[in-house]
Design a protein around this ligand. Structure first.
Ligand SMILES: Nc1ncnc2c1ncn2[C@@H]1O[C@H](COP(=O)(O)OP(=O)(O)O)[C@@H](O)[C@H]1O
Ligand SMILES: [Mg+2]
Length: 312
């Protein structure tokens, strides 16, 4: 059964289509990933789904309720974790959560228990009486997620919930979400971090310039780049600027990107291309530290479809 049904959703600002005729569905119980770079339109899309922003045209249905005609009904079914942290610094975590529980009409008799069990879930029960402005970025994010879970939603919408978070909190957040999903919670997760979406979301929509440019299971998306290998060559020395063009000319190479300390190459015949690349690097006196050959990832899919990096 589809819990979310998005039909031709569009948001226009002046002459810019922030969200451009987006349609897709999310099944009950799924963890669906919306992957796209900054400015793709992710926040605009989820703000419309959360009834915080009116669409220019199109509609979406959450468990059958229309976001344009029945926002009150929609709001009962969703929990939202916004990109911006929505907590009061001068209040303790517990005070913040009590405030939000009231806002969400959590029945008074259930409040304390629900707050306590969600604090346990994110590992912050012992810090609940600390003021939020004493919390680290990662801890604030975890409380923000608790806020999204307070109304006991059928669908949890998270908008880049790990931005500004230390690696340890990030892992904790993702593992918590995975567990909640395994227990039946439907999740819509937006991110510009490929690794997060790869970890949490079996089905993914890739968004760029307001449009969904590809959608499918991770396996289906990887097939879009074809039967290719993703090579990653880590270097010890600086990578010369013009090496990109030279590598691109090697037979079989379809895409090249230069990272800080690595060269990423997508090649139809990875294992055969590699020696030619290594020869070239040797000639240019680039010292190679290590080499990886992998199946293409979602980052490669994005590069393949748009010619751009997910993260600029
Ligand atoms: N209130 C607004 N007024 C005008 N343009 C906006 C507004 N909100 C977002 N945009 C534009 O819409 C596009 C999509 O933005 P956004 O949804 O925030 O993308 P993302 O969340 O993927 O980074 C961007 O080009 C952004 O500048
Ligand atoms: Mg955003």
């Amino acid at each position: 059964m589809d819990l979310v049904e998005i039909k031709g959703l569009t948001k226009i600002y002046g002459s810019r289509k922030a969200v451009d005729n987006v349609s897709f569905t999310i099944e009950k119980g799924e963890a669906f990933g919306l992957l796209g770079p900054n400015g793709a339109g992710k926040t605009t899309l989820v703000s419309m789904l959360s009834c915080l922003l009116k669409p220019t045209s199109g509609d979406a249905f959450i468990d059958g309720a229309s976001i344009t005609r029945d926002p009150m009904e929609v709001k009962k079914k969703i929990g939202v974790v916004p990109q911006e942290i929505s907590l009061y610094g001068q209040l303790t975590a517990l005070e913040n959560l009590n405030f939000w529980a009231q806002m969400y009409d959590v029945p008074p008799r259930e409040r304390a228990k629900r707050i306590e069990s969600l604090l346990e879930l994110v590992g912050l029960a012992d810090r609940k009486r600390d003021r939020i402005d004493r919390y680290s970025g990662g801890m604030k994010r975890r409380i923000n997620i608790v806020v999204g879970l307070l109304p006991n939603p059928e669908l949890l919408i998270l908008d880049e919930p790990t931005v500004g978070v230390d690696p340890q909190s990030r892992t904790a957040i993702l593992e918590t979400l995975k567990r909640l999903n395994q227990e039946g919670l439907t999740i819509l997760y937006t991110s510009h971090y490929m690794e997060e979406v790869e970890f949490l979301c079996p089905r993914v929509g890739i968004m760029d310039l307001g449009k969904i440019i590809a959608l499918g299971t991770q396996g289906e998306l990887r097939l879009l780049v074809g039967e290719k290998d993703s090579l990653r060559i880590y270097t010890q020395t600086l990578i010369p600027m013009n090496i990109k063009e030279e590598i691109a000319q090697i037979e079989g190479v379809s895409e090249v990107r230069i990272g800080e300390n690595f060269i990423g190459v997508l090649s139809s015949r990875g294992r055969r291309t590699l020696p030619a690349i290594l020869d070239l690097l040797h000639d240019r006196e680039v010292k190679v530290k290590s080499v990886e050959i992998k199946e293409p990832n979602l980052e490669n899919v994005f590069l393949h479809l748009t010619g751009k990096e997910l993260r600029e």
